[in-house]
Design a binder for this molecule. Structure first.
Ligand SMILES: [Ca+2]
Ligand SMILES: [Ca+2]
Ligand SMILES: [Ca+2]
Length: 303
């Protein structure tokens, strides 16, 4: 019995780790032992000691974010007060996806994170192609930054969230994608999905097609708006010529070029010039128009 005595200390509650010295009685001997506050088991050949750290009681609160923990209860009752949706960030680039999140705000001022798959997602409006069952929202291509609104439902609670689908490509929108013309410009003049907005069309019948009017900055649905270019004599300056064109639009590069015969190969940049801008009209003066024939054109580029 002396060597087989088993000492069991159950429910010993201490606040911190402790070491006990050797001790003995007629029935047992403990050379030394220790317990710690984490509720772990200490044992030797002769004893087992299950220690505990003591009970946690009372309320624990955190101001921000607002949380309350009620210790000492085997369960906690609450009501769901509201559902809140979130995305981080709420901006999503066109053609990419953003994970939606949800949390429930409870009547004891605590919150519960709700798994995305537990929420029923839907689209209220805007360019969102799809929302997966787990709450992954995929944005469509757009022609300008465009708001969207999604909805989530969980346990009878309904919430919505605003997103902003950002336009990051200028030639990727619907039927206007990949045609070399800025989609926003096409929508501005033709609306969405109009077959007449293609670069080869001439909706206004001014004989300058839509792709051309885009580059020169004229209005493709106004037959009186088109690129004009004319050559004029300069009074008192027989070796000068005024080369007059309009409209002159911001963001374009205008280069006047020439050749000396219609059959001559290619145009060369015109040197020896002066330039005057009045409103939308630019006048480039050729200061050396001495050749018997000289053919000009204006090269317009939109970087
Ligand atoms: Ca786009
Ligand atoms: Ca386009
Ligand atoms: Ca036009």
């Amino acid at each position: 019995m002396k060597n087989s005595f088993l000492l069991t200390l159950a429910g010993l509650c201490i606040a911190a780790s402790a070491t006990a010295g050797s001790r003995s009685s007629a029935n047992y001997s403990v050379p030394a032992d220790s317990v710690d506050s984490a509720g772990q088991r200490g044992a030797s050949a002769n004893y087992v000691n299950d220690a505990c750290a003591g009970g946690i009681v009372g309320l624990g609160t955190v101001a921000v974010p607002s949380e309350t923990a009620r210790h000492g209860y085997i369960g906690q009752l609450y009501e769901v007060r509201s559902l809140v949706l979130a995305a981080n960030p709420t901006n999503v680039d066109e053609g990419t996806a953003r994970q939606l999140a949800a949390r429930a705000e409870l009547d004891d001022a605590t919150v519960l994170n709700v798994a995305g798959a537990s929420v029923t997602w839907s689209l209220l409006n805007g360019p969102i192609l799809s929302i997966s069952a787990a709450g992954l929202a995929t944005a469509a291509n757009v022609y300008e930054n465009t708001p969207a609104e999604v909805q989530g439902t969980w346990l009878g609670q309904v919430a919505s969230l605003g997103l902003l689908v950002r336009n990051v490509g200028n030639d990727d929108f619907g039927t206007y994608a990949g045609d070399g013309i800025n989609d926003a410009w096409q929508v501005q003049y033709f609306g969405v999905g109009n077959p007449a907005a293609g670069p080869g069309g001439d909706a206004d019948g001014d004989h300058q097609n839509t792709g051309y009017e885009y580059v020169v900055g004229s209005n493709p649905v106004d037959g009186d708006s088109y690129f004009r270019f004319r050559v004029e004599l300069v009074p008192g300056q027989p070796t000068h010529r005024n080369l007059i064109f309009s409209p002159r639009v911001a963001g374009r590069i205008y280069t006047v070029q020439y050749k000396l015969g219609l059959d001559a190969p290619g145009f060369a940049d015109l040197a020896g010039i002066s330039t005057t801008d009045i409103g939308p009209t630019r006048t480039v003066t050729d200061l050396n128009a001495t050749e018997p024939n000289k053919f000009y054109h204006v090269h317009v580029t939109l970087p």
